[in-house]
Design a protein around this ligand. Structure first.
Ligand code: ZN
Length: 450
């Protein structure tokens, strides 16, 4: 009898345990940013431009084992890291540790078998250069993977040697003609914008060199256009750039004051058709995110939080910048830093990082534009930028800095798109040595700063 009475209790207990297990299995974390409660115990560092005790030249000779007279090359990045890692100097080892905390570095070899007929053709492309021919037979690919943002670069120098189709018209004439022709019926030029553009609900903001116009086809609740009064997006003066961004900041403050929960400032700017710009006239788009940034930026922000959690609260952006400084891939313009970063989206992408969006940041941006347009003859770009959240107290700095990413798109005269399935769905394949681009930028910028 006793046994019979216990049977329902036994089943009740069994079902309860089963339900508890099920509940545990179905528990998902909705917001990964709130996941690791432990991290709250560690105080996360704010973004700071770390002043490395030693110059990049010191690291070059002492850690990478490269003589001062020699230039650094991306091909040898694994060697520089290996030398730093095995160095007797603790500072060199420390650099290798931070690099490895941020990035995974790999060397891959790909071999080719070439028929005599095809070999003849390749020899023509490579102008009978024996060194290049040897390199094409056994190709070396350097893979740099950012462990936290999952951005990646597959660098193969031979990609830059691929035969290109030449256009009959020069990029410069093609661009000038486009800019001139588009001035004729431009909605944004002169006073045309008063009858051809919408306003934000709080009205239009106007500056001497720029004005706002609400986007007629919004992609967010708070989304506007910042339009320069200069049609020519490739030849803006520094003052015109300053005016546009100061107006953007004013618009952010205005929108944020009306709805304070919208606090994540983001900007994009496409110039000329190659980049997907719908209007030729200079205009950038500004938006304020609700609580979080847009996906691509939020991925980096979450990555930075995870980095802090796993590295005693260290600031991801500070370390990221410091690693590039040590590798000799940055150019300072006051307290703004131009970074020729290791995981670009395309060959001609650079970054600008700073604690604040202010004079030096604008100066750096202007110098980058002049380098690409005037010296490297590139005429189309896409820019993405974000500022720290507006609902954070700024007295002690921010977790994230001001970051601008800028990529020049080419060739402008070619119908073929510069973005393909590889870029969209897999990885970034780069053929231009980051050190070469850095040198070009440095030469152009220093010449203008003299
Ligand atoms: Zn115009």
């Amino acid at each position: 009898m006793q046994l019979r009475r216990d049977v329902p209790i036994f089943f009740f207990l069994l079902i309860t345990i089963f339900l508890l297990i099920l509940l545990f299995q179905l528990h998902y974390t909705v917001d990964p940013s709130t996941r690791a409660g432990l991290s709250k115990l560690i105080k996360n560092q704010k973004f700071r431009i770390l002043t490395n005790k030693y110059s990049s030249l010191w690291y070059q000779t002492n850690c990478f084992q490269v003589q001062q007279s020699q230039k650094l090359v991306l091909e040898k990045l694994p060697e520089y890291l290996k030398n730093s890692h095995s160095s007797k100097n603790e500072i060199c080892r420390q650099f290798a540790t931070i690099f490895n905390a941020l990035f995974h570095l790999d060397e891959i070899y790909g071999s080719l078998k070439l028929s005599p007929i095809y070999l003849k053709k390749i020899n023509q492309w490579l102008h009978n250069n024996d060194v290049l021919l040897e390199q094409i037979r056994k190709q070396r690919i350097i893979k740099v993977y950012n462990r936290y943002t999952h951005e990646e670069m597959l660098y193969n120098y031979m990609r830059s040697q691929r035969p290109q189709t030449k256009s009959e018209i020069s990029s410069e004439s093609y661009t000038s003609k486009l800019l001139e022709d588009s001035k004729k019926n431009c909605d944004f030029c002169g006073k045309n914008y008063l009858n051809s553009t919408a306003e934000d609900t709080f009205g239009r903001l106007e500056h001497r060199l720029s004005y706002t116009a609400a986007n007629t086809f919004k992609y967010d609740r708070w989304h506007t256009l910042i339009v320069s009064r200069n049609h020519d997006t490739l030849h803006l003066t520094e003052d015109e750039i300053v005016d546009m961004f100061e107006l953007t900041k004013e618009w952010f403050r205005k929108a944020h004051s009306i709805e304070p929960m919208y606090a994540c400032p983001e900007m994009i700017w496409d110039a000329m058709p190659k980049s997907g710009a719908s209007q030729m006239h200079t205009h950038l788009q500004a938006s304020l995110g609700f609580d979080i940034y847009y996906g691509n930026i939020e991925r980096i922000r979450q990555g930075a939080r995870l980095y802090a959690q796993l590295n005693n609260g260290r600031n991801y952006f500070s370390d990221y910048l410091s690693v590039h400084q040590i590798l000799g891939l940055t150019i300072p313009v006051g307290n703004a830093h131009i970074v020729v970063h290791l995981t670009p989206i395309k060959d001609l992408e650079i970054m600008i990082m700073g604690e604040k969006l202010e004079r030096n940041f604008y100066k750096a941006l202007h110098l980058v534009f002049r380098t690409f347009v005037d010296d490297l003859n590139e005429y189309s770009f896409s820019l993405g930028m974000y500022l720290p959240p507006m609902n954070e107290s700024s007295s002690n700095g921010h977790d994230i800095p001001v970051v601008c990413r800028l990529v020049f798109r080419n060739p402008v005269t070619n119908l073929r798109s510069d973005i393909n399935g590889l870029d969209l769905y897999t990885s970034s394949v780069i053929g231009k040595d980051r050190y070469i681009l850095h040198q070009q930028l440095k030469d152009s910028i220093y010449k203008r700063l003299k």
